[in-house]
Design a protein around this ligand. Sequence first.
Ligand code: PMP
Length: 431
Amino acid sequence: MDYPKSKELYERASKVIPGGVNSPVRAFNSVGGTPLFITRAQGSYLWDEEGNRYIDLISSWGPMLLGHAEPDVIKAVQQTAENSTSFGAPTRLEVEMAELITSSVPGVDKIRMVNSGTEATMSAIRVARGYTGKNKIIKFKGNYHGHGDSFLIEAGSGALTMGEPSSPGVTEGTAKDTLNAEYNNLDSVKKLVEANKDDMAAIILEPIAGNMGCIPPNEGFLEGLRALCDEHNIVLIFDEVMTGFRVDFQGAQKVYGVTADMVTYGKIIGAGLPVGAYGGKEEIMDYVAPTGPVYQAGTLSGNPLAMAAGFTLLKKLKDHPEVYDELEKKSQVLATGITKILEEYDIPHAMNRVGSMIGVFYCEGPVETFDDANRTDKELFGKIFHGMLKRGVHLPPSPFEAFFLANSLTTDDLSFILTAFEETISEIKSA
Ligand code: PMP
Protein backbone atom coordinates (compact mmCIF):
# COMPACT_ATOMS: atom_id res chain seq x y z
CA MET A 1 0.00 0.00 0.00
CA ASP A 2 1.09 3.52 -0.70
CA TYR A 3 0.52 6.36 1.68
CA PRO A 4 1.40 9.50 -0.32
CA LYS A 5 0.03 12.03 2.16
CA SER A 6 1.72 10.42 5.16
CA LYS A 7 4.94 10.14 3.14
CA GLU A 8 4.88 13.80 2.20
CA LEU A 9 4.25 14.83 5.81
CA TYR A 10 6.99 12.51 7.03
CA GLU A 11 9.48 14.06 4.62
CA ARG A 12 8.53 17.54 5.78
CA ALA A 13 8.62 16.43 9.42
CA SER A 14 12.05 14.86 9.07
CA LYS A 15 13.49 18.25 8.11
CA VAL A 16 12.22 20.02 11.20
CA ILE A 17 11.67 17.36 13.89
CA PRO A 18 14.37 14.83 14.88
CA GLY A 19 13.49 11.63 13.03
CA GLY A 20 10.23 13.27 11.97
CA VAL A 21 8.45 12.35 15.20
CA ASN A 22 7.99 13.67 18.72
CA SER A 23 8.53 10.25 20.33
CA PRO A 24 10.89 7.63 18.83
CA VAL A 25 8.78 4.47 18.52
CA ARG A 26 6.29 6.33 16.32
CA ALA A 27 8.95 6.49 13.59
CA PHE A 28 8.52 2.83 12.52
CA ASN A 29 12.32 2.44 12.78
CA SER A 30 12.13 -1.17 13.90
CA VAL A 31 9.43 -2.24 11.42
CA GLY A 32 10.46 -0.07 8.46
CA GLY A 33 8.26 2.12 6.28
CA THR A 34 6.53 5.44 6.79
CA PRO A 35 4.60 6.16 9.95
CA LEU A 36 0.97 6.91 9.28
CA PHE A 37 -0.14 10.41 10.08
CA ILE A 38 -3.44 10.24 11.89
CA THR A 39 -6.26 12.73 11.47
CA ARG A 40 -8.91 11.45 13.84
CA ALA A 41 -10.04 8.54 15.98
CA GLN A 42 -13.34 7.28 17.32
CA GLY A 43 -13.88 4.28 19.59
CA SER A 44 -11.44 1.62 18.38
CA TYR A 45 -10.81 3.15 14.97
CA LEU A 46 -8.09 5.43 13.65
CA TRP A 47 -8.15 7.25 10.30
CA ASP A 48 -4.98 8.30 8.51
CA GLU A 49 -4.34 11.23 6.15
CA GLU A 50 -5.48 9.16 3.15
CA GLY A 51 -8.78 8.42 4.87
CA ASN A 52 -7.90 4.73 5.53
CA ARG A 53 -9.48 3.23 8.63
CA TYR A 54 -7.60 1.01 11.09
CA ILE A 55 -8.56 -0.93 14.17
CA ASP A 56 -6.32 0.51 16.85
CA LEU A 57 -4.44 -1.81 19.21
CA ILE A 58 -2.21 0.96 20.56
CA SER A 59 -4.88 2.98 22.39
CA SER A 60 -2.47 5.94 22.45
CA TRP A 61 -0.05 3.57 24.28
CA GLY A 62 -2.57 2.95 27.01
CA PRO A 63 -4.83 5.85 27.93
CA MET A 64 -7.87 4.99 25.76
CA LEU A 65 -9.32 2.24 27.90
CA LEU A 66 -12.86 3.02 26.73
CA GLY A 67 -11.81 3.95 23.20
CA HIS A 68 -11.12 7.24 21.47
CA ALA A 69 -13.20 10.39 21.74
CA GLU A 70 -15.24 8.98 24.62
CA PRO A 71 -18.24 11.37 24.55
CA ASP A 72 -18.25 12.20 28.29
CA VAL A 73 -14.51 12.89 28.28
CA ILE A 74 -14.78 15.17 25.23
CA LYS A 75 -17.73 17.03 26.77
CA ALA A 76 -15.85 17.55 30.04
CA VAL A 77 -12.83 18.96 28.18
CA GLN A 78 -14.98 21.27 26.07
CA GLN A 79 -16.94 22.59 29.04
CA THR A 80 -13.81 23.10 31.13
CA ALA A 81 -12.01 24.90 28.29
CA GLU A 82 -14.75 27.55 28.22
CA ASN A 83 -13.43 28.74 31.58
CA SER A 84 -9.83 29.05 30.34
CA THR A 85 -7.13 26.44 29.91
CA SER A 86 -4.94 27.09 32.95
CA PHE A 87 -4.90 29.30 36.03
CA GLY A 88 -1.68 28.50 37.88
CA ALA A 89 -3.80 28.37 41.02
CA PRO A 90 -5.55 25.47 42.77
CA THR A 91 -8.91 24.20 41.56
CA ARG A 92 -11.73 22.05 42.93
CA LEU A 93 -11.07 19.46 40.21
CA GLU A 94 -7.57 18.76 41.54
CA VAL A 95 -9.00 18.03 44.98
CA GLU A 96 -11.67 15.76 43.55
CA MET A 97 -9.10 13.93 41.43
CA ALA A 98 -6.75 13.37 44.39
CA GLU A 99 -9.68 12.25 46.58
CA LEU A 100 -10.88 9.81 43.94
CA ILE A 101 -7.47 8.19 43.55
CA THR A 102 -6.44 8.11 47.22
CA SER A 103 -9.80 6.67 48.25
CA SER A 104 -9.59 3.94 45.59
CA VAL A 105 -6.08 2.52 45.36
CA PRO A 106 -4.11 0.77 48.11
CA GLY A 107 -1.23 2.53 49.84
CA VAL A 108 -1.71 5.98 48.34
CA ASP A 109 -2.49 8.46 51.13
CA LYS A 110 -1.39 11.51 49.17
CA ILE A 111 -0.77 12.15 45.49
CA ARG A 112 0.90 14.87 43.42
CA MET A 113 -0.09 15.56 39.81
CA VAL A 114 2.58 16.10 37.17
CA ASN A 115 2.50 16.22 33.37
CA SER A 116 3.89 12.86 32.22
CA GLY A 117 4.92 9.42 33.38
CA THR A 118 8.54 10.52 33.06
CA GLU A 119 8.01 13.35 35.54
CA ALA A 120 6.19 11.00 37.90
CA THR A 121 9.00 8.44 38.12
CA MET A 122 11.75 11.07 38.22
CA SER A 123 10.01 12.78 41.10
CA ALA A 124 9.26 9.53 42.90
CA ILE A 125 12.90 8.47 43.09
CA ARG A 126 13.94 11.95 44.20
CA VAL A 127 11.43 11.77 47.03
CA ALA A 128 12.55 8.23 47.94
CA ARG A 129 16.15 9.45 48.11
CA GLY A 130 15.19 12.49 50.19
CA TYR A 131 13.11 10.36 52.53
CA THR A 132 15.69 7.63 53.10
CA GLY A 133 18.80 9.83 52.87
CA LYS A 134 20.26 7.18 50.52
CA ASN A 135 21.38 7.41 46.90
CA LYS A 136 21.16 4.21 44.90
CA ILE A 137 18.16 2.70 43.16
CA ILE A 138 17.53 -0.70 41.67
CA LYS A 139 15.58 -0.98 38.44
CA PHE A 140 15.07 -3.92 36.12
CA LYS A 141 16.55 -4.61 32.70
CA GLY A 142 13.92 -3.99 30.05
CA ASN A 143 11.59 -2.04 32.33
CA TYR A 144 10.90 1.50 31.15
CA HIS A 145 10.19 4.43 33.42
CA GLY A 146 10.34 7.32 30.97
CA HIS A 147 13.41 9.22 29.85
CA GLY A 148 14.74 10.53 33.16
CA ASP A 149 18.54 10.19 33.25
CA SER A 150 18.51 7.66 36.07
CA PHE A 151 16.35 5.27 34.07
CA LEU A 152 18.08 5.25 30.69
CA ILE A 153 20.38 2.45 31.63
CA GLU A 154 19.36 -0.87 30.09
CA ALA A 155 15.88 0.55 29.56
CA GLY A 156 12.93 -0.96 27.71
CA SER A 157 10.37 0.50 25.28
CA GLY A 158 11.69 2.82 22.56
CA ALA A 159 15.20 2.68 24.00
CA LEU A 160 15.15 -1.09 23.54
CA THR A 161 13.40 -0.92 20.17
CA MET A 162 16.05 1.46 18.83
CA GLY A 163 18.78 -0.83 20.16
CA GLU A 164 20.00 1.87 22.54
CA PRO A 165 18.89 0.81 25.99
CA SER A 166 21.55 3.05 27.55
CA SER A 167 21.70 6.64 26.35
CA PRO A 168 24.69 8.91 25.74
CA GLY A 169 24.23 12.14 27.66
CA VAL A 170 23.63 10.38 30.97
CA THR A 171 26.65 11.16 33.13
CA GLU A 172 28.70 8.46 34.80
CA GLY A 173 27.84 10.10 38.09
CA THR A 174 24.15 9.49 37.52
CA ALA A 175 24.60 6.04 36.01
CA LYS A 176 26.55 4.74 39.00
CA ASP A 177 23.54 5.18 41.24
CA THR A 178 21.28 3.03 39.05
CA LEU A 179 21.73 -0.70 39.48
CA ASN A 180 20.04 -3.11 37.11
CA ALA A 181 18.57 -6.40 38.27
CA GLU A 182 16.93 -9.16 36.26
CA TYR A 183 13.14 -9.01 36.19
CA ASN A 184 11.57 -12.06 37.86
CA ASN A 185 14.89 -12.97 39.45
CA LEU A 186 14.80 -12.21 43.16
CA ASP A 187 18.33 -13.46 43.73
CA SER A 188 19.71 -10.84 41.34
CA VAL A 189 18.04 -8.18 43.50
CA LYS A 190 19.21 -9.68 46.77
CA LYS A 191 22.81 -9.63 45.57
CA LEU A 192 22.63 -5.94 44.68
CA VAL A 193 20.96 -5.05 47.96
CA GLU A 194 23.51 -7.05 49.90
CA ALA A 195 26.40 -5.28 48.19
CA ASN A 196 24.89 -1.78 48.65
CA LYS A 197 22.87 -2.23 51.81
CA ASP A 198 23.51 1.14 53.39
CA ASP A 199 22.95 3.21 50.30
CA MET A 200 19.86 1.67 48.72
CA ALA A 201 17.02 4.24 48.52
CA ALA A 202 14.48 2.56 46.25
CA ILE A 203 13.53 -0.38 44.12
CA ILE A 204 11.41 0.70 41.17
CA LEU A 205 9.69 -1.65 38.78
CA GLU A 206 6.80 -2.18 36.46
CA PRO A 207 4.83 -4.70 38.55
CA ILE A 208 3.74 -6.16 35.21
CA ALA A 209 6.45 -5.39 32.68
CA GLY A 210 4.85 -3.78 29.64
CA ASN A 211 7.82 -2.27 27.87
CA MET A 212 9.48 -5.48 26.74
CA GLY A 213 6.26 -6.95 25.48
CA CYS A 214 4.09 -8.05 28.39
CA ILE A 215 5.77 -10.04 31.16
CA PRO A 216 3.83 -10.75 34.34
CA PRO A 217 5.63 -11.14 37.65
CA ASN A 218 6.34 -14.74 38.63
CA GLU A 219 4.69 -16.03 41.76
CA GLY A 220 6.48 -14.67 44.83
CA PHE A 221 8.52 -12.06 42.95
CA LEU A 222 6.62 -8.97 44.11
CA GLU A 223 6.19 -10.44 47.61
CA GLY A 224 9.93 -11.07 47.74
CA LEU A 225 10.69 -7.48 46.79
CA ARG A 226 8.24 -6.23 49.41
CA ALA A 227 9.97 -8.27 52.11
CA LEU A 228 13.42 -7.14 51.01
CA CYS A 229 12.38 -3.48 51.09
CA ASP A 230 10.84 -3.89 54.55
CA GLU A 231 13.97 -5.54 55.86
CA HIS A 232 16.36 -2.88 54.57
CA ASN A 233 14.26 0.29 54.77
CA ILE A 234 14.09 0.63 51.01
CA VAL A 235 11.20 2.43 49.31
CA LEU A 236 9.32 0.07 47.00
CA ILE A 237 7.99 1.97 43.99
CA PHE A 238 5.50 0.40 41.61
CA ASP A 239 5.50 2.18 38.28
CA GLU A 240 1.86 1.74 37.32
CA VAL A 241 1.94 4.27 34.48
CA MET A 242 0.81 1.49 32.16
CA THR A 243 -0.96 -0.90 34.49
CA GLY A 244 -2.74 1.59 36.76
CA PHE A 245 -6.53 1.56 36.19
CA ARG A 246 -5.94 -0.85 33.25
CA VAL A 247 -5.41 -4.33 34.68
CA ASP A 248 -7.85 -3.46 37.46
CA PHE A 249 -9.24 -0.18 38.78
CA GLN A 250 -6.79 -0.63 41.65
CA GLY A 251 -3.97 -1.66 39.35
CA ALA A 252 -1.36 -4.36 39.71
CA GLN A 253 -1.28 -3.77 43.48
CA LYS A 254 -4.76 -5.27 43.64
CA VAL A 255 -4.17 -8.04 41.09
CA TYR A 256 -1.15 -9.39 43.00
CA GLY A 257 -2.10 -8.29 46.52
CA VAL A 258 1.16 -6.47 47.15
CA THR A 259 1.15 -2.85 48.29
CA ALA A 260 4.03 -0.55 47.37
CA ASP A 261 5.32 2.43 49.36
CA MET A 262 5.00 4.72 46.37
CA VAL A 263 3.14 4.39 43.09
CA THR A 264 3.45 6.29 39.83
CA TYR A 265 0.62 6.78 37.36
CA GLY A 266 0.11 8.26 33.89
CA LYS A 267 -1.73 7.39 30.69
CA ILE A 268 -5.30 6.45 31.79
CA ILE A 269 -5.42 9.07 34.55
CA GLY A 270 -5.19 11.76 31.86
CA ALA A 271 -7.54 10.06 29.36
CA GLY A 272 -5.18 11.14 26.57
CA LEU A 273 -4.19 14.53 27.95
CA PRO A 274 -0.66 14.96 29.34
CA VAL A 275 -0.85 13.78 32.95
CA GLY A 276 1.26 11.80 35.36
CA ALA A 277 1.11 11.43 39.13
CA TYR A 278 3.10 10.02 42.00
CA GLY A 279 1.75 9.13 45.39
CA GLY A 280 2.32 7.01 48.42
CA LYS A 281 2.37 6.81 52.17
CA GLU A 282 1.72 10.09 53.95
CA GLU A 283 5.04 10.11 55.79
CA ILE A 284 6.89 9.78 52.49
CA MET A 285 4.75 12.23 50.51
CA ASP A 286 5.11 14.83 53.26
CA TYR A 287 8.74 15.11 52.21
CA VAL A 288 7.52 16.90 49.07
CA ALA A 289 7.59 20.73 48.90
CA PRO A 290 6.00 22.85 50.21
CA THR A 291 5.41 20.54 53.22
CA GLY A 292 8.86 19.02 53.02
CA PRO A 293 12.33 19.70 51.64
CA VAL A 294 12.24 17.68 48.39
CA TYR A 295 11.54 20.09 45.57
CA GLN A 296 9.15 19.29 42.75
CA ALA A 297 6.90 21.72 40.88
CA GLY A 298 5.07 22.32 37.59
CA THR A 299 3.55 25.38 35.87
CA LEU A 300 0.85 23.25 34.24
CA SER A 301 0.58 20.48 36.85
CA GLY A 302 -3.03 19.69 37.67
CA ASN A 303 -4.07 21.46 34.48
CA PRO A 304 -7.87 21.89 34.39
CA LEU A 305 -8.38 20.26 30.98
CA ALA A 306 -6.22 17.29 31.92
CA MET A 307 -7.97 16.91 35.28
CA ALA A 308 -11.42 17.17 33.67
CA ALA A 309 -10.56 14.46 31.13
CA GLY A 310 -8.86 12.16 33.61
CA PHE A 311 -11.44 12.56 36.36
CA THR A 312 -14.29 11.87 33.95
CA LEU A 313 -12.67 8.67 32.71
CA LEU A 314 -11.67 7.43 36.17
CA LYS A 315 -15.12 8.15 37.61
CA LYS A 316 -16.73 6.26 34.75
CA LEU A 317 -14.46 3.27 35.35
CA LYS A 318 -15.15 3.37 39.07
CA ASP A 319 -18.91 3.46 38.46
CA HIS A 320 -18.74 0.68 35.85
CA PRO A 321 -16.49 -2.08 37.18
CA GLU A 322 -18.04 -4.44 34.61
CA VAL A 323 -15.77 -2.76 32.05
CA TYR A 324 -12.88 -4.83 33.41
CA ASP A 325 -14.80 -8.09 33.03
CA GLU A 326 -15.78 -7.18 29.49
CA LEU A 327 -12.19 -6.28 28.63
CA GLU A 328 -10.96 -9.52 30.13
CA LYS A 329 -13.32 -11.52 27.90
CA LYS A 330 -12.37 -9.59 24.77
CA SER A 331 -8.67 -9.91 25.50
CA GLN A 332 -9.08 -13.62 26.09
CA VAL A 333 -10.81 -14.03 22.72
CA LEU A 334 -7.99 -12.19 20.96
CA ALA A 335 -5.15 -13.96 22.78
CA THR A 336 -6.71 -17.40 22.30
CA GLY A 337 -7.41 -16.70 18.64
CA ILE A 338 -3.86 -15.54 17.94
CA THR A 339 -2.40 -18.53 19.78
CA LYS A 340 -4.55 -20.92 17.77
CA ILE A 341 -3.42 -19.41 14.47
CA LEU A 342 0.26 -19.50 15.47
CA GLU A 343 -0.14 -23.13 16.52
CA GLU A 344 -1.85 -24.04 13.25
CA TYR A 345 0.96 -22.52 11.24
CA ASP A 346 3.63 -24.02 13.45
CA ILE A 347 5.20 -20.73 14.46
CA PRO A 348 7.12 -20.79 17.77
CA HIS A 349 5.47 -18.36 20.13
CA ALA A 350 4.79 -17.36 23.71
CA MET A 351 1.57 -15.59 24.61
CA ASN A 352 1.69 -13.44 27.76
CA ARG A 353 -1.37 -11.60 28.95
CA VAL A 354 -2.62 -9.77 32.00
CA GLY A 355 -6.13 -8.42 31.43
CA SER A 356 -6.11 -6.14 28.42
CA MET A 357 -2.32 -6.09 28.04
CA ILE A 358 -1.14 -8.68 25.55
CA GLY A 359 2.44 -9.61 24.67
CA VAL A 360 3.02 -11.98 21.75
CA PHE A 361 6.59 -13.23 21.44
CA TYR A 362 7.71 -15.05 18.31
CA CYS A 363 10.02 -17.53 20.03
CA GLU A 364 9.71 -20.55 22.30
CA GLY A 365 8.34 -19.75 25.75
CA PRO A 366 8.29 -19.15 28.55
CA VAL A 367 9.16 -15.47 28.33
CA GLU A 368 9.86 -14.29 31.87
CA THR A 369 12.91 -12.05 31.62
CA PHE A 370 14.48 -9.40 29.43
CA ASP A 371 16.79 -11.97 27.82
CA ASP A 372 13.81 -14.18 27.03
CA ALA A 373 11.95 -11.25 25.45
CA ASN A 374 14.94 -10.39 23.35
CA ARG A 375 14.76 -13.80 21.65
CA THR A 376 11.56 -12.79 19.84
CA ASP A 377 11.85 -12.95 16.03
CA LYS A 378 12.01 -9.24 15.21
CA GLU A 379 12.04 -9.75 11.46
CA LEU A 380 8.92 -11.86 11.61
CA PHE A 381 7.26 -9.23 13.77
CA GLY A 382 8.04 -6.58 11.13
CA LYS A 383 6.33 -8.69 8.48
CA ILE A 384 3.33 -9.31 10.70
CA PHE A 385 3.09 -5.61 11.52
CA HIS A 386 2.94 -4.61 7.86
CA GLY A 387 0.62 -7.47 6.94
CA MET A 388 -1.78 -6.31 9.61
CA LEU A 389 -1.46 -2.65 8.68
CA LYS A 390 -2.37 -3.18 5.06
CA ARG A 391 -5.39 -5.17 6.22
CA GLY A 392 -6.52 -2.33 8.49
CA VAL A 393 -5.15 -3.21 11.93
CA HIS A 394 -2.67 -0.88 13.61
CA LEU A 395 -0.42 -2.83 15.99
CA PRO A 396 2.18 -1.06 18.14
CA PRO A 397 5.14 -0.65 15.73
CA SER A 398 7.63 -2.51 17.90
CA PRO A 399 8.18 -6.14 18.91
CA PHE A 400 8.69 -4.90 22.48
CA GLU A 401 5.39 -3.14 23.04
CA ALA A 402 2.27 -4.77 24.41
CA PHE A 403 -1.11 -4.53 22.66
CA PHE A 404 -3.49 -2.33 24.63
CA LEU A 405 -7.12 -3.22 24.14
CA ALA A 406 -10.00 -0.78 24.51
CA ASN A 407 -13.46 -1.75 25.62
CA SER A 408 -14.88 -0.12 22.50
CA LEU A 409 -13.70 -3.19 20.52
CA THR A 410 -16.74 -5.12 19.29
CA THR A 411 -17.09 -8.83 18.59
CA ASP A 412 -16.91 -7.97 14.88
CA ASP A 413 -13.69 -6.01 15.46
CA LEU A 414 -12.12 -8.99 17.20
CA SER A 415 -13.12 -11.30 14.32
CA PHE A 416 -11.74 -8.76 11.86
CA ILE A 417 -8.39 -8.68 13.70
CA LEU A 418 -8.17 -12.48 13.83
CA THR A 419 -9.04 -12.84 10.14
CA ALA A 420 -6.37 -10.26 9.29
CA PHE A 421 -3.89 -12.15 11.46
CA GLU A 422 -4.63 -15.49 9.80
CA GLU A 423 -4.34 -13.97 6.32
CA THR A 424 -1.08 -12.26 7.29
CA ILE A 425 0.48 -15.41 8.68
CA SER A 426 -0.70 -17.47 5.72
CA GLU A 427 0.82 -14.89 3.33
CA ILE A 428 4.14 -14.89 5.21
CA LYS A 429 4.26 -18.69 5.30
CA SER A 430 3.57 -19.07 1.60
CA ALA A 431 6.05 -16.37 0.52
N1 PMP B 1 6.58 4.33 33.07
C1 PMP B 1 6.03 3.38 32.30
C2 PMP B 1 5.78 2.04 32.89
C3 PMP B 1 5.71 3.66 30.97
O1 PMP B 1 5.18 2.70 30.23
C4 PMP B 1 5.97 4.94 30.46
C5 PMP B 1 5.63 5.32 29.03
N2 PMP B 1 5.36 4.32 28.16
C6 PMP B 1 6.54 5.91 31.29
C7 PMP B 1 6.83 5.56 32.60
C8 PMP B 1 6.82 7.27 30.80
O2 PMP B 1 5.65 7.98 30.60
P1 PMP B 1 5.62 9.24 29.61
O3 PMP B 1 5.86 8.73 28.23
O4 PMP B 1 4.26 9.82 29.82
O5 PMP B 1 6.69 10.17 30.06
